[in-house]
Design a binder for this molecule. Structure first.
Ligand SMILES: [Zn+2]
Length: 254
C-alpha cells in the first residue's frame, strides 16, 4: 500500500490488521498498514445514538444512560442521571455527552440496489464516535477534553454531508449484535473536513406516530417512481408494506 493516502471505508475493511502489539483500545483495535497519514471519505447517513454519562466518584465506575430516538429522550436521560445523583448524595457527576454517527462509503451502491450483497452490507458502512469537548481555548479556538472538537464540528444536523477524516483511530464492534462495523475515532476537530453535501442523500418524507416528519436519510440512488418523488426510509417502507397487507387482510375478512 505504498504511497496510498486515500482509503475508502470498504478498503479499510479489506486491509485492516488487528492491533496485537499495542494495547487494544488505546490506539485503536485495528491498524491500517500504510506509511504516514491517510484520509477516508464517507457520507453521514444518520445518528445512531446519543448519550450522556455520569461518574460515581466513590467507586469510579461510569454509569451510562443511553438514548436514541427509539428509547428515551435526552430530557428523560438527564432526569434519570439526576435521580441517580440524588440517591448517591451528589457523587454522580455529569461528565460526558456523545454521539455515534453512521457513515456510508460514497462509492457503494444504494441499499435497495445492493440488496443481494450477501451479508457484507456492513463493509460499506462505518461508525464515527464523538464526545463533547469540556471547553474551548479563547485565544487559539481549540477545543479541549472530549474528542477535542469533533462533536462540535459535526453537530446534530450533518446528515447527507460528505466528510473527509484524517488518520482516525479505529475500534472494533463491541457486540456481536452490532455486526462487524468498525468505529472511527478522529483525534480532533481539525481531522474532520466537511467537503459538501451528497446529492443522492435525501430525507424520509413519512410522518411518525406523533405527526412529526421522520427525517431519516434515504439514499436516492436506485430509487424510481413514487419512491424517488417521496423518499421513504427502510423502516417506514416496512411499515407501509405491513399496513397494505393488513388492509388486504381486512378486505378479505369483510
Ligand atoms: Zn422514515
Amino acid at each position: 500500500m505504498d504511497g496510498r493516502y486515500y482509503l475508502s471505508p470498504s478498503l479499510l475493511y479489506s486491509i485492516r490488521q488487528r492491533a496485537v502489539a499495542r494495547g487494544q483500545g488505546q490506539d485503536g483495535d485495528y491498524e491500517i498498514p500504510v506509511e504516514g497519514e491517510w484520509v477516508t471519505i464517507a457520507c453521514v447517513t444518520g445518528i445512531l445514538k446519543e448519550w450522556i454519562s455520569g461518574k460515581d466518584d466513590e467507586d469510579g465506575k461510569e454509569r451510562l444512560e443511553w438514548y436514541d430516538d427509539d428509547q428515551i429522550s435526552k430530557k428523560e436521560a438527564k432526569k434519570r442521571l439526576e435521580r441517580l445523583r440524588q440517591e448517591k448524595d451528589d457523587r454522580v457527576r455529569l461528565i460526558d455527552e456523545g454521539r455515534l454517527y453512521m457513515l456510508r462509503d460514497i462509492g457503494s451502491q444504494a441499499r435497495g440496489a445492493a440488496g443481494e450483497g450477501g451479508g457484507n452490507e456492513g463493509h460499506h458502512e462505518i461508525k464515527l464516535q464523538t464526545v463533547k469537548a469540556h471547553g474551548q481555548d479563547k485565544e487559539t479556538g481549540r477545543y479541549y477534553g472530549g474528542t477535542k472538537g469533533t462533536y462540535e464540528k459535526l453537530g446534530r444536523y450533518c446528515h447527507g454531508q460528505v466528510i473527509a477524516i484524517i488518520t482516525p483511530r479505529i475500534s472494533a464492534s463491541k457486540s456481536v449484535r452490532d455486526g462487524d462495523v468498525m468505529t472511527l475515532r478522529p483525534p480532533d476537530g481539525a481531522s474532520i473536513v466537511v467537503l459538501g453535501n451528497a446529492k443522492d442523500y435525501t430525507s424520509c418524507t413519512a410522518r411518525t406516530e406523533e405527526g412529526e416528519k421522520c427525517g431519516h436519510y434515504v439514499d436516492r440512488k436506485g430509487l424510481s417512481g413514487s419512491r424517488a418523488k417521496e423518499p421513504i426510509c427502510d423502516f417506514h417502507l416496512g411499515i407501509g408494506v405491513e399496513r397494505t397487507q393488513r388492509g388486504r387482510q381486512e378486505f378479505a375478512n369483510s
